[in-house]
Design a protein around this ligand. Structure first.
Ligand code: PEP
Length: 254
């Protein structure tokens, strides 16, 4: 049984004061967090503040939005897996479509980061997804297969099981237009089938696959009730603690 995982990707938003207020309201609204894992992914500058505000809150972890693959050295402006672990960060989002499109990240670069994350016991949340043009041309499976095999190349079954995959159709990110539950389920089932080919049945069954792309309180329950959808990576709606709490609650309901 896979535990659902709901992550809040704050992108380049949220000062320290805003982050602290968010956590207070979210904890109050969300109630007890059982059977679900929650990850808050602030900008680097608010990571310590979020940690502090969470205190000993159970089942809530903190993630980072990116990292570099080198361990240390002259890489001005970059951050390593070890530096994130030093802050007690658990997860790192890698290969988000904004990084791929705006900052030229390739599957090979994502793969180097994924392997460096595992080496430092940081768990990667690896984003993949097709553009609208690729979907219209009937290339969804081809694109997902290339991104998955490229980004996760060389991982052991154990590392794969400790990797979270986020299926995020690019056309659904920040557009208000989510994939239908059926479209998302089809893509997730294909991702699991590919994982089976890359590793084995047990591994494929254990990997958690989140859906991301305009998830809101209104569509979260139906999306997450699909058999291969194991949670959500939430952008816009995660900036409002009440909306995010509702999405977390939706993950608990069958
Ligand atoms: C995201 O940035 O990963 C995302 C899914 O954003 P949104 O929820 O705003 O579409």
């Amino acid at each position: 049984m896979r535990k659902k995982i709901i992550a809040a990707n704050w992108k380049m938003n949220m000062t320290q004061a805003e982050s602290e207020r968010f956590v207070e309201t979210f904890l109050r609204d969300c109630g007890e967090i059982i059977d679900v894992e929650v990850v808050i992914v602030p900008p680097f500058t608010s990571i310590a503040k979020v940690m502090e505000a969470l205190g000993r809150a159970q089942n809530i972890k903190v993630g980072a939005q990116n990292m570099y693959w080198e361990k240390s050295g002259a890489f001005t402006g970059e951050i390593s897996a070890a530096l994130l672990r030093d802050l007690f960060v658990h997860y790192v989002v890698l290969g988000h479509s904004e990084r791929r499109t705006l900052f030229g990240e390739t599957d090979e670069m994502v793969n180097r980061k994924v392997r460096a994350a595992h080496e430092a016991t940081l768990r990667p949340i690896v984003c993949i997804g097709e553009t609208l043009e690729q979907r219209d041309k009937g290339n969804v499976e081809k694109i997902l297969s290339i991104q998955l095999r490229g980004s996760l190349a060389g991982l052991t079954p154990k590392e794969l099981q400790e990797t979270v995959i986020a299926y995020e159709p690019v056309w659904a990110i920040g557009t208000g237009r989510n994939a239908t539950p059926q479209q998302a389920q089809e893509a997730h089932a294909f991702i699991r089938k590919t994982l089976r080919e890359m590793a084995d049945d047990t591994t494929a069954e254990r990997v958690r696959i989140q859906y991301g792309g305009s998830v809101k309180p209104e569509n979260a329950r139906e999306l997450m009730s699909q058999s291969d959808i194991d949670g959500a990576l939430v952008g816009g709606a995660s900036l409002d603690p009440r909306s995010f709490a509702q999405i977390v609650k939706a993950a608990r309901e069958k």
